[in-house]
Ligand binder design. Sequence first.
Ligand SMILES: Cc1cc2nc3c(=O)[nH]c(=O)nc-3n(C[C@H](O)[C@H](O)[C@H](O)COP(=O)(O)OP(=O)(O)OC[C@H]3O[C@@H](n4cnc5c(N)ncnc54)[C@H](O)[C@@H]3O)c2cc1C
Length: 501
Amino acid sequence: MPLNRRAFLHAAGLSATAAALTGCGGAHTTSPPRASGSAGAAHKLIGFPGLARKLSGPLVTPDKPGYHLARRSFNPLFDNRTPAAIAQCRRIEDVQACVAAAAAAGAPIAARSGGHSYAGYSTPDGALVADLSGLSSVLVNADGTAVIGAGARLIDIYTALGGAGRCLPAGTCPSVGIAGLTLGGGVGVVSRKYGLTCDRLVSATVVTADGTSRTVSASADPDLFWALRGGGGGNFGIVTSLTFDTVPAPQLTVFLLGFPAGAVPDVLGGWQDWIISMPDELSANCHIIGGSPPSCTVIGCYIGSARGLNPLLSGLIGRIGSQPTLRTVAEHGYLDGMRYFAGCSAKSAAECHDQASGRHWNREAFVASSRVLTAPVADPAQISSVFDGRTVFVIIDGLGGAISRVTSADTAFPHRGALALMQIYLRTSPADRAAAASSVVQMRDQLTGVVGGGAYVNYIDHTLPNWAHAYYGDNLTRLRQAAQRYDPDRLFTFPQAIANS
Ligand SMILES: Cc1cc2nc3c(=O)[nH]c(=O)nc-3n(C[C@H](O)[C@H](O)[C@H](O)COP(=O)(O)OP(=O)(O)OC[C@H]3O[C@@H](n4cnc5c(N)ncnc54)[C@H](O)[C@@H]3O)c2cc1C
């Protein structure tokens, strides 16, 4: 029977968090946001003389009618950001022209691929934004490598790769950009088998602060190649394309187990001991929905058949000690499985593409933070109690498997030995933003006492104390050296840039 995501979410009483279950937006925004005043008025207007003539796409400045649409990020909380201009890049030369123009003007510059930065770092006030959505081709080579433009969105990549019978481990949300995801690591539902997205990177083409376009790899600029695999977006240059080593597309069996309110300590306790003993083919995330008391689900996928998966799920249920109130298991081809996680099962490819990057971009206002679960916790009730009485959605992504067989020093992503990444995600609105942000900070800080101070740079949190160590651990020194070498004048800067650490 085909898995009907909406139906089971509804049955599980989870419809309010349906979008967040796949980590994707739910709100449609088709009309331009209202500006808080004259766009750009709060910041000194910076000009980029001659840049418009050098670009193959438009340079959208605040006086242009398309400005309000062009500056939008995934998160509507940043709709009032006022970049000096958005350069819609279609070629490497456009990116080089942007880098030169920003350097000449002494202006900040930021790359934007999918526009999902949690802190809005790809749409800074007063900056030149190099928008890479025009560089979004996906080319699958006969040897199984795929050359992907930096502005490609995940759903379009899955469509192209799936059509060619290939797979790249990457995130679930259809509109996330491949560049931001890869540069920070990239965790997905087949990562325990095939690694982080950055682990499949073979080479990347990047325009550095001196305007040079370099193709970096293990043998060319290896220190920059190392830094691009987990060192975080925006730090070392603007990536224009990425070449990945893909794998043959596997068959997937997806599942969801729903447990009643109050079961979180038992489920978390059972899950954390179970996941570390599971084969790489199995991924399972634990989702906690705040409340009084909180409830939770375990959702994931298995590379293989339902027959292979079911005994593994029985093992989990045995550890938890009580039966789930909801259990769904369904076999899918790879592309169908990824479309399911993207919330696209009931949509045509064109509809899903349009909602991931087009006129009907499915956006969502949220605040979020993260913590890293380095090892199983002694008392899972301590975690559950943090979310007691809270409105929040918590996604605990189990790591291990292939992710942990790369050492922390092999790439810039440091959390190789960790059990899981824990994301605290709260949907909100502009009016409730301050209260939501304060609630997230409280939950994050309470968790620090239970699980420690690590954090995932792709869930970047502009309020995080000691952020550089939290994101990069022992890799920070080498990352600072790479930033100093490739961007000595700090052209690529933002509040949590490595150069500012
Ligand atoms: C709804 C949602 C679901 C998510 N799901 C997952 C998931 O399943 N797994 C996971 O690991 N993460 C996930 N993330 C986190 C995501 O990986 C990060 O937010 C990532 O930074 C987004 O990349 P982007 O290109 O979309 O964002 P952007 O905002 O465009 O970029 C993010 C940062 O990278 C920089 N950057 C962007 N493009 C480039 C480039 N070409 N060269 C250099 N720097 C660049 C930007 O300046 C910015 O600082 C999710 C995020 C959201 C909002």
